[in-house]
Design a protein. Sequence first.
Lengths: 498, 411
Amino acid sequence: MRQVQLPRIGTDKAWRGAARGLLAARIPPEEVIWDHGGAAPGLFEGEAAPTGPATVKVPKAFVDLANRVVWHRDPERFARLYAFLWRLRTQRGLMEDRGDPALADLRRMEKAVNRCRHKMTAFVRFREIGPRDAPRRSFAAWFEPTHHTVELTAPFFARRFGDMDWLIATPDVSARFENGAITLHEDLPRPDLPQDAHEDLWRTYFSNIFNPARVKVGAMMSEMPKKYWKNLPEAQAIPGLLAEAEARVRRMAEAAPTLPPLRAERIRERLAAPGVVRADPTGQERAVDLFDKADIDSGGAIPDFAALRARAAEEDRTTPEGYGRFVLGEGPEDADLMVVGEQPGDVEDREGRPFVGPAGQVFDRAAVAAGLDRREAYVTNAVKRFKFTLRGKRRIHQSPGAPEIEQARWWIAREVELVRPKLLLAMGGTAAETLTGTRAGILKRRGHVEETEYGLVFLTVHPSYILRLPDAELQREEEARYVADLAAAKEALGRMAA
Amino acid sequence: MARKSLQEKLAILSDAARYDASCASSGTTRRNSRDGKGLGSTEGSGICHAYAPDGRCISLLKILMTNFCIYDCAYCVNRVSSNVERARFSVEEVVTLTLEFYRRNYIEGLFLSSGIIRSPDDTMADMVRIVRTLREEHGFKGYIHLKTIPDADPKLIEEAGLLADRVSINVELPLDASVKAYAPEKNPDRIRGAMGRTRALRDASADRSHTGKRPKRFAPAGQSTQMIVGADGANDAAILGQSTRLYSDYKLKRVYYSAFSPIPDATAALPLVKPPLIREHRLYQADWLMRFYGFDATEITAQSADGNLDLAVDPKLAWALAHRERFPVDVNRAEKEVLLRVPGFGTKTVTRILATRRHRTLRWDDLARIGANLKSARPFVTLGDWRPGRLLDTADLRARFAPPAEQLSLF
């Protein structure tokens, strides 16, 4: 048995030297014991390993491979390399055989070392330890690599940070760069690093470049594993960012569209003025079928219900994620009463008709009790698409936010224009907001008629409000109040007709 | 208005820059500062120094010089009609931030973009000044990506390209008509014109002069662009067709696809829904198939009637499922082009197969060691000790690959 001691610094050269000697002396792999991290390089115990200038020809690809694998943390790495080298003497094509199990193992170790080296170039974080105005500024870092990659990676930092001094300290071997020369040190104590104001700026950057609308924690964790986090200043911000992401996205969706700032108009005028460079209007256009929002916003020509339905069908060709189909209102096109609800629900979305789900049934029941004939009313919703989130297979109703209400306003306006009802029955907050501009105080305002730009609006609650009450007794009371509201609406309508 | 601190400005102007997808810092000329002059190095492959919780890498300091903008692009957080907070960096502030971040090994370099202030020329001139200060006064050798302004003076663009590693202009939306609808001040033809000029400058800088000398390389890491996906009605066939044109006409290095995601203070003109992340991912996969696997855009999108990619399975698998008559492929005999079309085989796997089979016949276990994705490849290959038998003809083959229905999280 021969024992080979390899040093912690210069492991690669020492292994190559030893392997060359062993190979020249024809010593098979089973007779060698490799040891790493001993006292002095070249110290042999038992029978000394032969040294000597024997030249052994191996493919360059193997040398490159060995120069990486020696830095792996696996204690078996030297033996595996030598065993493979032993086979390589007789099997020349072995290096190209990607299916060979021993080579596959070595390649895997090589990959691990390369990854560790790469992560070191990425995740070392320096703090300034010297004065800022020194001719060569100095920085230091504490880093904990997975494999023995400091010696391998130090030249990279020397090439990158040529004009400053630095120290990368690790629990194993540390590298120091001073006045253009790299030195390696074993077991340096962990340096005391002062606070660095730029870490705050870096965290600010990290937090703000993050897009809360596209959280992908798995992708982050696979590339920036948690084991590195303790030495990364930015990692402290991650839990907070994740905790807040959902709420930030929700706030974005719920925020009402704001009016453009005053300067916007000024700038637009200036851009339109002659003499200012404008985009070339003669450019060739490729013909595409694009839903023309501007045309619609300008009020476009919607002469009758057929045109409105055609427009709705066009709108229905695409369905945005998280929304259902486009459901237009229905009923007599010259109805005196127009009933406006919130938005289609799950059932309405599947059937493509308004007010046919549970809330619709409450409405129907109450309407009969109040003497209203639903078939004589035009029934529609303030917002035309079902908004939901998926919970497993269930689609959970989401209240429409200001953006949805604003987007749907054009549609309800066209419907009112075409039907010209004598009275609008607004049920619930969304309908109230659409028709009267605000949903505030709906329980106080219910049962009364308000005058709006759309016409006379009678306010009441939404039937789903009754369904959501927790207690059957409360539900009965509230339904009676709702029937009373509908009856009052019918009476108001009757007064108007008279 | 009180003056904003550097930290406040950084918060505003990185927030405004986060919708640019590109963070690549690879493929430029090799430089280093080993001689002690200047700072920085580039060595072929880029380095991702951190990952944000959105799974995107942070390689460059990606900021806007200013988010004041005179344009009114509906999809953009910085449009003139938006009420987001505005800020503006001075030249020195950008230079100092870049250098100090770089010295601490936070970044590979700078990705500088900007809203349009005053005029395209003024804006571009300020950006060029930042880059020139970094390169010439501070000897900065790190990576610089400049987003150029389409309507700026070609002379300024030329100067920018000589100082920066990469220049880019966003085509913004896949269809010209959508650009006109959503970005009224931008003109697709002028954007393409600017990309054409950049390509010409790059081509010219590759030629040696009569003395055999090479001129200074123009944007050595090439030019790239970005398209927003899911804001307009364009289907994937239209998007990939546009990419094909961009890659061939302007020799772009990359086309980035950015799923439209909700922005603060959005206009009512665009849907505020969850960004279509899977679709974005499938588009990148298709893009790779076009660039490295010899696929044609029309082949990839022909599988579906509506011209959109299958969201449940990746586009290569979708193609293979639709062309089962071409399989199984004999791994020990098939040509490289055929192997590249096998699901589960990447370019590296194929290179390794070709190298190994020169020496011996491959068997099933070899494929695993070589790094193939066997779950995908199983029905599509034959070799030594493996035949798929009737697996390829089973009706539910697609269902074996499509992900099972998943319960979404409650929070």
